[in-house]
Design a protein around this ligand. Structure first.
Ligand code: SAM
Length: 262
């Protein structure tokens, strides 16, 4: 089960995550914002308003638009979409990541109703409806997004279904992740056994899926009930710390998939 490994790994990573991935995170924010029309939500603010470039600004809104940022980490997807939404609700397995998310939101002067994250797991097969996520804060979202979290989940199909349950009818599911790629160096030895002595082995072991094809994503969206107007956009390539097998640079192509809850 990757869940406990993810929790432990990202609790340790939380303090340095933003600094370590600063350029990649900023790149992805710009790429996500370039897809606002493609995502197809009726945003709270106009997508081309230059004054919103610097980040969250919930000041001039015309309608309520609520985002569920699942596996939110320190909040990169929330930061990308905050200017165009009225409320960002983060959920993450890692307490450390949640604390970092809330620290950044508070530093930006945002209230809890504007941007706040909670520790938890909506993807536990034995817990279909966790009581701590029962209230209205956690339902009827206009958009539910997972940024670079899907490849860490034990069961992406289950995750998608659980997120779609939290969307309003007509709401949009957004998954940002990697196209198919080979395993990290350090993930396995030549016999396919886990290696524990490689510096990036801990990171490698949090990864349960080596990317997703368009066909797989389409199936996941359709099965979850968000196959309406399914589409996938290319967000370009990013480099990650560590090396792939054969000592190659760890480059990943990133996609953004979207589908409407039917
Ligand atoms: C690579 S980080 C991405 C964080 C953030 N979304 C971003 O775009 O920077 C992956 C995140 O997924 C979280 N995670 C892994 N498995 C999870 C699960 N089952 N439920 C919720 N969060 C999970 C980790 O704690 C971590 O914060």
């Amino acid at each position: 089960m990757a869940t406990q490994l993810n929790k432990e790994f990202f609790d340790k990573e939380a303090a340095t995550y933003d600094a370590k991935h600063e350029r990649t995170l900023e790149y992805l924010i710009q790429k996500i914002r370039a897809q606002l029309d493609f995502i197809g939500v009726e945003w709270a603010s106009e997508a081309d308003d230059d004054s919103l470039d610097s980040g969250a600004d919930h000041g001039h809104t015309t309608r309520a638009v609520r985002l569920l940022d699942y596996a939110c980490g320190t909040g990169n997807v929330s930061r990308a979409l905050a200017p165009y939404t009225t409320q960002c609700v983060g959920i993450d397995l890692s307490e450390g990541m949640v604390a970092a998310y809330n620290q950044r939101a508070s530093n930006q002067g945002l209230s809890q109703t504007e941007m706040f994250a909670y520790q938890g797991n909506l993807c536990d097969p034995s817990d279909p409806d966790p009581p701590s996520f029962a209230g209205p804060t956690f339902h009827n979202f206009d958009v539910a997004a997972v940024g670079l979290g899907f490849h860490h989940f034990d069961d992406p199909e289950l995750a998608a279904a659980r997120l779609v349950q939290r969307l309003r009818p007509g709401g949009v599911l957004v998954i940002i992740d990697f196209t198919p790629h080979g395993p990290f160096a350090g993930a396995h030895d030549e016999d396919g056994e886990h290696k524990h002595d490689h510096p990036h082995a801990a990171a490698a072991q949090t990864v349960t899926h080596h990317g997703f094809s368009e066909e797989r994503m389409r199936e996941i969206f359709e099965k979850a009930g968000a196959g309406g107007e399914f589409g996938i956009a290319d967000l370009g390539a990013i480099s990650l710390p560590g090396k792939d097998h054969g000592g190659k640079e760890k480059r990943r192509r990133v996609f953004l998939a979207r589908g409407t809850k039917l």
